[in-house]
Design a protein around this ligand. Sequence first.
Ligand SMILES: *[C@@H]1O[C@H](CO)[C@@H](O)[C@H](O)[C@H]1NC(C)=O
Ligand SMILES: *[C@@H]1O[C@H](CO)[C@@H](O)[C@H](O)[C@H]1NC(C)=O
Ligand SMILES: *[C@@H]1O[C@H](CO)[C@@H](O)[C@H](O)[C@H]1NC(C)=O
Ligand SMILES: *[C@@H]1O[C@H](CO)[C@@H](O)[C@H](O)[C@H]1NC(C)=O
Ligand SMILES: *[C@@H]1O[C@H](CO)[C@@H](O)[C@H](O)[C@H]1NC(C)=O
Ligand SMILES: *[C@@H]1O[C@H](CO)[C@@H](O)[C@H](O)[C@H]1NC(C)=O
Ligand SMILES: *[C@@H]1O[C@H](CO)[C@@H](O)[C@H](O)[C@H]1NC(C)=O
Ligand SMILES: *[C@@H]1O[C@H](CO)[C@@H](O)[C@H](O)[C@H]1NC(C)=O
Ligand SMILES: *[C@@H]1O[C@H](CO)[C@@H](O)[C@H](O)[C@H]1NC(C)=O
Ligand SMILES: *[C@@H]1O[C@H](CO)[C@@H](O)[C@H](O)[C@H]1NC(C)=O
Ligand SMILES: *[C@@H]1O[C@H](CO)[C@@H](O)[C@H](O)[C@H]1NC(C)=O
Length: 559
Amino acid sequence: MTTPIFLFSLLSAIFTVGQSIVKPGSILTPTTNSSWPSPSGLYAFGFYKQGNGFAVGVFLAGIPQKTVVWTANRDNPPVSAEATLNFTSDGRLVLQSAQGAETSVANFSSASSASMLDTGNFVVYNSTNNTIWESFQNPTDTLLPTQRLFYDDVLDSSVSESNQSTGRFRAIMQQDGYLALYPLGTPYLIEYGYWSEGIKAPQFNATLNLDDDGHLFLANASGIVTISGAGNSTKGSVYRLRMDDDGFLRLYSYNLVQNGIWSIIWSPAIDKCEPKGLCGLNAFCEDDGKDFHCTCLPGFAFIDESKRSLGCERNFTTESCKGGINTMKEVPNTMWENVTYSLPLLLPTKEECRNACLQDCNCEAAFFKDGACSKQRLPLRFGRRKQTDSNIALIKVDTSTPSTAKIVPKERKKEVRVDILIISISLVGFAFIVLAISGIAIYRSRLCGKPKELEKITDGFKEELGRGSFDIFYKGTIGNDQKIVVVKRLEKLCFECGELGKLVKDKGVEMRQLEKMIKVTLWCILEKPSFRPLMKRVVLMLEGTEEIPIPPNPSSALS
Ligand SMILES: *[C@@H]1O[C@H](CO)[C@@H](O)[C@H](O)[C@H]1NC(C)=O
Ligand SMILES: *[C@@H]1O[C@H](CO)[C@@H](O)[C@H](O)[C@H]1NC(C)=O
Ligand SMILES: *[C@@H]1O[C@H](CO)[C@@H](O)[C@H](O)[C@H]1NC(C)=O
Ligand SMILES: *[C@@H]1O[C@H](CO)[C@@H](O)[C@H](O)[C@H]1NC(C)=O
Ligand SMILES: *[C@@H]1O[C@H](CO)[C@@H](O)[C@H](O)[C@H]1NC(C)=O
Ligand SMILES: *[C@@H]1O[C@H](CO)[C@@H](O)[C@H](O)[C@H]1NC(C)=O
Ligand SMILES: *[C@@H]1O[C@H](CO)[C@@H](O)[C@H](O)[C@H]1NC(C)=O
Ligand SMILES: *[C@@H]1O[C@H](CO)[C@@H](O)[C@H](O)[C@H]1NC(C)=O
Ligand SMILES: *[C@@H]1O[C@H](CO)[C@@H](O)[C@H](O)[C@H]1NC(C)=O
Ligand SMILES: *[C@@H]1O[C@H](CO)[C@@H](O)[C@H](O)[C@H]1NC(C)=O
Ligand SMILES: *[C@@H]1O[C@H](CO)[C@@H](O)[C@H](O)[C@H]1NC(C)=O
């Protein structure tokens, strides 16, 4: 057991005067001599395990659950077991990788000694024993007893319990005397903060303090405001205040004598979904009273199902809003960051709000509340469901995508036969070539006024590709009796289409399917580009999800 040994060293430390001094020339490695302990052994400075490698920092070494309280270069990747931490003879503390690359662990130079204190503070001194650097003045996510936050000092949460890289939430001791919580990266404005506690500090001198007995308070020159009172058992307990990865600032205690677990003795009295952005982008947070849950917007899926807080992204590729088949899905009782890009529209019903967004290709979502319709762009952030909030979020979804097509009740989704798709795509491609050639030909003939040119250019294709054959195609698609003609024509037409003919014969493509293909082809070769359907619609037509209208006669469209 670690505890009796630890208690022994803790007791002996009480009678031990002085510090454990580290001098230049000392070296730490992740596997042997991996840390410099404080006199009692409660805290240590050095390597600790992080992911597949190691990080450097300060941790509670005297308890079974090693707890990290400070990390050097927290956003750097972990180092390998071959790295060394070198307190160089010229008084720098550098991390050397196996390849020899050096990284400074803290911003100081010409140090004469360093010391891991029993308070958890790692302190560096110059030759006259003045403190030139201390971990207490460069906090990461944790505040320890006797450590203070001065104005503008922050605690930034970690990614997770096991990854001390910078996370998503911040606690800041503001100049106005308020300790406030924000999502990291937002301005320090009331609309972004989600909790605060204050003491007036007109001269910018309020501090956040934690005492050895767990008393957490704000202090200014003339008084204090208690956030959490002193604990009952002052002896044998350690405390720490941490900005947690879920956006909660929490005060923890650990009883060394009972060797228990870290217990929470204070946290802000707010709803679990209050920390803004807890669920990431394009998602909203719901609190069931026990825990929170993240839900994606309609048409979105979690970026990583195992890390839902990363938020959601569209699970299909978006195409142009024009020509797509869009609808608005409703997400009731949710509130979001409201960054409308136009003046809110005063519309009496949500249907009107819905239509206003559908008709605006810049609009990706809209909020409808109390007769105000505010158009939004994606991503939506800080989403939160609250039954008392009457806002309705309307989300534009592209129902023409395969994922949502099955929701459309009017059309039954059919399996797309691969062979048909191949044929269709070659047909469409071929049609474009034909169009290009005839386009050039027509252009040239018009330009030069030499109708002979058309014949020359289209030479070998002339018979099949002239206007006459378009007509045959056309008739073929509407007149059942001419289908065979069309098939024959097709076989002859396509220079690589000995293959097409085979496919058609061997696999017995239904005439209806072929007709569909031809209709689509006719749509695709229309001279006026604006008449041609988008590729997205072409796929839908071929799938059978969308009805294919009778194409206009290409001959008439040409002239
Ligand atoms: C660990 O450090 C101590 C004191 O600096 C030294 O005596 C000992 O040899 C070192 N052990 C290893 C394995 O390097
Ligand atoms: C910690 O999280 C950061 C940010 O998400 C990530 O880049 C990094 O790889 C993680 N580190 C480990 C050791 O998992
Ligand atoms: C530590 O740093 C000093 C000075 O930069 C260098 O001479 C020495 O080789 C380093 N030691 C290790 C083990 O890298
Ligand atoms: C390091 O310290 C120097 C002097 O104290 C300061 O000018 C510099 O900005 C610091 N650098 C970093 C990265 O904190
Ligand atoms: C610095 O502190 C150490 C240990 O506490 C002591 O031995 C040394 O004499 C001090 N040096 C100065 C210049 O005060
Ligand atoms: C040590 O640091 C103190 C405070 O920064 C400074 O006043 C003193 O001159 C420094 N001593 C040396 C030898 O640099
Ligand atoms: C300290 O805070 C209290 C309570 O907010 C306030 O009444 C007092 O004026 C403040 N004192 C100073 C010196 O700012
Ligand atoms: C507040 O801090 C400033 C500088 O940090 C100092 O000049 C001033 O005297 C302090 N005021 C009080 C009341 O302590
Ligand atoms: C202190 O003891 C009281 C009564 O035993 C208990 O209700 C309270 O939660 C304790 N406070 C702490 C911080 O442990
Ligand atoms: C969004 O902001 C606009 C303009 O500031 C306002 O009219 C509208 O009521 C807000 N909507 C919601 C849901 O807060
Ligand atoms: C997209 O997400 C919806 C709902 O989560 C799901 O039903 C659908 O299968 C997904 N589509 C794709 C292409 O992953």
